[in-house]
Design a protein around this ligand. Structure first.
Ligand SMILES: NC(=O)c1ccc[n+]([C@@H]2O[C@H](COP(=O)([O-])OP(=O)(O)OC[C@H]3O[C@@H](n4cnc5c(N)ncnc54)[C@H](O)[C@@H]3O)[C@@H](O)[C@H]2O)c1
Length: 394
């Protein structure tokens, strides 16, 4: 791919994550301007016009649209983030690829494996950059741990233990939204479990089989919102009418990886008091590491080759020596830290650099990675349906 003179960007969906993408494209060239072509902030599209207009104003995009097709047809747009409800991803991604756009589609790629397969085929035919938004892979701390697995003292992972616990569904009157609709497996498992499965594979390689899966719905119905809800919808008024919840609040399962590693996973959207609690432990042949998203610029690390007197877990604050943030932060020293929103800027940077043909950082996950992720989720649903039996990933 040749270097592009300038890249016009747009975001479809101005909800919770859409705003993170809008901010990400703003931040990427301010932090990494020397290496990137000019980035033009062209348009934001949201079916709810006030959201589109407000987002365009706040984040400094030239146009607000209400129909994604206006983005697909616009000649001044090259790269588009698709950040709407999962069941809308396929139609929009296929439409964008057909008009020659580079696409960054949010996770989970689609509600079904069949949809995702079609999206992968569309991407292959298009020849465009087509990425899946496994944003956590752009975390410097998570990458620093992986580097210690691949090249450092940790070596082969034996056990990955991860949780992703959120409370957005804890209150029984949290309003109905697209997150609670769709069949078994499209709830907490897809919404947040997709990230955790991807991280497990980031450290251990492909999942071979899953077993012991339990999917449980704790809140059977939810009130219909009176207004347009965004993200986890905590602040929208609700009516007295209630609708049935169609998917799971909790998912737990174990996995075996091709590498011989074992994974234990716990996912919940009804975890009281925990807004966005992702954490994991990686136990490996040469040591161990832990990550807690409450402190996103840090990790702990234990090297088992050290003498007993000085071994043990030590905290590492990720700083400007890490290639994802080197020379990129305004205050460029470790203790300043960074937050979870910054991951979207580094994801945007990676996507834009790939489009420009700059290859000095790992590429974004592909749509095929998003398809594979859905195959693992599918196996988890099959295991749960069969009372926890072992199911191989297709
Ligand atoms: N990578 C991450 O860390 C991360 C975090 C949160 C959400 N997500 C993903 O992002 C996507 C969106 O999640 P969200 O929480 O931002 O949802 P949201 O409900 O907050 O926002 C969705 C927006 O899409 C708009 N919309 C609905 N139909 C539309 C259409 N046809 N065309 C254009 N806009 C339309 C809605 O008005 C709303 O503003 C999901 O796929 C979700 O899984 C990813």
């Amino acid at each position: 791919m040749t270097t592009t003179q300038s890249i016009g960007v747009a975001v479809i969906g101005a909800g919770m994550a859409g705003r993170a993408h809008l901010a990400g494209y703003r931040a990427a060239p301010t932090q990494y301007g020397a290496g990137l072509p000019e980035v033009r902030l062209v348009a934001v599209a949201d079916a709810h016009e006030p959201f589109a207009r407000d987002a365009a104003r706040r984040y400094g995009y030239q146009r607000a649209e209400t129909d994604w097709r206006a983005i697909a047809e616009a000649p001044d747009i090259d790269a588009v983030s698709v950040v709407v409800a999962n069941h809308l991803h396929r139609e929009i991604v296929e439409g964008l690829l057909a008009t020659g756009k580079h696409v960054l589609c949010e996770k989970p790629l689609a509600p079904t494996v069949a949809d995702a397969q079609a999206m992968v085929e569309a991407a292959e035919q298009s020849g465009r950059v087509a990425a899946t938004g496994f944003t956590l892979r752009r975390s410097p701390a998570i990458n620093a741990i992986r580097q210690q697995v691949a090249e450092g003292p940790l070596g082969r992972v034996q056990h990955f233990n991860g949780h992703y616990w959120c409370d957005y569904g804890h209150h029984p009157d949290a309003p109905m939204s697209w997150r609670y609709r769709g069949g078994t497996g499209t709830g907490a498992l897809s919404d947040i479990g997709s990230h955790l499965v991807d991280l497990g594979e980031f450290f251990c390689g492909p999942v071979r089989s899953v077993r012991g899966a339990v999917l449980s719905t704790q809140v059977p119905d939810r009130p219909v919102p009176l207004g347009t809800a965004v993200g986890h919808s905590a602040d929208v008024q609700v009516s007295a009418e209630r609708e049935p919840v169609e998917n799971e609040d909790i998912a737990t399962f174990t996995a075996t990886f091709d590498s011989g590693a074992v994974g234990t996973f716990s996912v919940s959207r009804v975890a009281c008091g925990l807004a966005n609690s992702l954490g994991f432990e990686v136990f490996a042949e040469g040591g161990a590491a832990t990550f807690d998203m409450a402190r996103p610029a840090e990790f702990t690390f234990a090297d088992s080759s050290l003498p007993a007197a000085t071994s043990g877990y030590r905290s590492v604050v990720v700083g400007p020596q890490h290639p994802y943030i080197a020379s990129g932060l305004p205050m460029d020293f470790p203790s300043v830290g960074h937050g979870q929103n910054d991951f979207f800027a580094w994801q945007a940077r990676a996507f834009l650099e790939q489009i420009a043909g700059l290859n000095h950082l790992p590429h974004c996950p592909t749509l095929a990675d998003g398809l594979h992720n859905l195959r693992v989720l599918d196996a988890i649903v099959s295991s749960a349906t069969a009372d926890g039996k072992s199911v191989a990933v297709q």
